[in-house]
Design a protein around this ligand. Structure first.
Ligand code: ADP
Ligand code: ASP
Ligand code: MG
Length: 461
């Protein structure tokens, strides 16, 4: 059994949908057992989020019109006249539920994140219905599957935490019961135990697919997208980026945690736990091998084989006098999960605790952290500084050796002189992150890529 996930980019146009369909039919004709997980058609989730935030009826009408015509146009293109009626009917049933849901939330704006999760999940429901019908029209016994009934989470709306045990059980039971059908599941969406809709975070369909793969001990997880695989850097930022043949789970986690959108960070964990290989493949070039993510380290003599970057992160550097604070108290206080700030990284070195976070509501998060520091130190506030809107550029590689990593940091500091504001070394993921002004990001990412990858590259090619 393999789980195949198609992202929004693989479902964004007629060409993309045709390609996704022929990849599926090809597998089914070869009698491969597959489960399909789909994202919303590209751009639809953004529109739904805008809808749930909007009070302006004129703007909402425009967005609704655009969502409707996009889906209706796809249905008209892919189905013949006889099929169209029932597929359109299904679409309109769901579309009318969306209209009713919008009316409902306009009367209760107290829980915007809860409302947003309900509304933003319609994209996957629309697309999964259409892809199911498309398989049916090709004589495949396909089964539309609303994952809100299977994947259970807490109520952290927008970024809900999955209750793995019960979700795995639900998925596995459902799969056993429906083993004769091709399951076509909605990515991204889930619900609380009480059935309130939640989402797994932006880009979360990859994670849905990984949960399915883990629950049924799949042979492989395939993430179908719009690039040739996991590349040495974001191809939108670095022209000379090349595709990696294979990479370890740990390195892939480094790539995604620090900015490579091609795979959503939590995706790695379930697959890694059950040793399920992940393939990143290009929907537009299915003949290519793509990238294999598995439990073997990269067989390369060079140290660095990838760069990720994230813009607009905020860095807090705390410098306490009391060294004890460093080892335990501060990390426990500031790095705890329930801190409302979205913490990307929290690291202690000999002299400082560095906390990196990226959240839309920056001032609120800063306040929470400042308060936490004040609560702990009272009048004796430790020295701390806040740097806003930096770029976090991360090198991924064979960096298990701490002293080698330190030497590399010294080298990088000397190359870029004052442009590097701070650095963090992560022993767990074997990465080095450097912080620069946003305006320096592009230049430094490209230069580092040239220096450490293009010139040195012998990586598994
Ligand atoms: P999907 O809609 O299929 O989920 P995403 O847009 O979420 O696709 O992810 C694919 C995008 O990730 C690519 O188009 C590329 O711009 C971006 N990306 C960022 N870093 C990398 C990287 N290191 N390798 C490949 N793609 C990357
Ligand atoms: N459709 C969702 C999003 O745009 C989930 C995904 O694409 O993986 O974030
Ligand atoms: Mg994605």
């Amino acid at each position: 059994m393999k789980v195949l996930k198609f992202g929004g980019t693989s479902l964004g146009s007629h060409k993309a949908i045709s390609n996704a369909l022929s990849i599926l039919l090809n597998r089914i004709n070869k009698e491969e057992k597959i489960i399909v997980v789909v994202s919303a058609f590209s751009g639809i989730t953004d529109q739904l989020i805008a809808l749930s935030d909007s009070n302006q009826s004129k703007r909402s009408q425009e967005i609704l019109q655009s969502i409707k015509s996009r889906h209706v146009e796809i249905i008209n293109h892919f189905f013949n006249k006889t099929e169209q009626q029932s597929v359109l009917q299904q679409f309109y049933d769901l579309y009318n539920e969306l209209i009713r849901a919008l009316q409902l939330i306009s009367q209760n704006r107290e829980e915007p994140n809860k409302n947003q999760d309900y509304i933003s999940g319609f994209g996957e429901r629309f697309s999964a219905q259409i892809i199911t019908s498309l398989l049916e029209s090709n004589n495949i016994n396909a089964l539309y599957t609303d994952t809100r009934n299977l994947i259970k989470t807490n109520d952290d709306f927008g970024f809900a935490k999955v209750e793995k045990k019960i979700s795995y059980q639900n998925i596995s039971d459902y799969y056993q019961k429906n083993s004769d059908s091709i399951i076509v599941a909605t990515g991204f969406i889930a619900s609380t135990i009480d059935g309130i809709p939640t989402t797994l975070g932006r880009g979360g369909s990859d994670y849905t697919a990984s949960l399915f793969a883990a629950a049924i001990s799949a042979e492989a997880l395939e993430i179908w997208t719009d690039v040739d695989g996991l590349m040495t850097a974001d191809p939108d930022k670095v022209n000379s980026a090349v595709t990696l043949d294979h990479i370890s789970y740990k390195n892939a986690e480094g790539f995604s945690k620090y900015g490579a959108k091609v795979i959503y960070p939590p995706t790695i964990v379930p697959a890694m736990k059950y040793d399920i290989p992940i393939y990143i493949k290009n929907t537009f070039k299915p003949e290519l091998n793509g990238t294999l993510i598995h439990n073997k380290p990269i067989d390369s003599s060079n140290t660095i084989f990838g760069i990720s970057s994230i813009q607009n992160v905020n860095l807090i550097t705390v410098r306490p006098d009391n060294i004890e604070y460093l080892s335990e108290i501060l990390p426990n206080l500031l790095c705890k999960e329930d801190l409302e700030a979205k913490i990307l990284e929290c690291k202690t070195d000999e002299k400082t605790v560095k906390i990196v976070f990226s959240t839309p509501n920056i001032s609120e998060s800063l306040l929470i952290i400042e308060r936490a520091i004040q609560d702990l130190f009272g009048k004796q506030m430790p020295n701390y500084e806040i740097s806003k809107n930096l770029s976090m550029i991360t090198l991924i590689g064979n960096l298990a050796d701490k002293s080698e990593a330190k030497n590399l940091i010294t080298e990088i500091n000397s190359i870029y002189d004052g442009a590097v504001k701070s650095t963090i070394y992560s022993e767990e993921l074997e990465t080095i992150s450097i912080f620069t002004e946003n305006t320096d990001e592009n230049r430094i990412v490209n230069h580092l890529h040239e220096l450490f990858i293009t010139k040195e590259m012998t990586v598994n090619t």
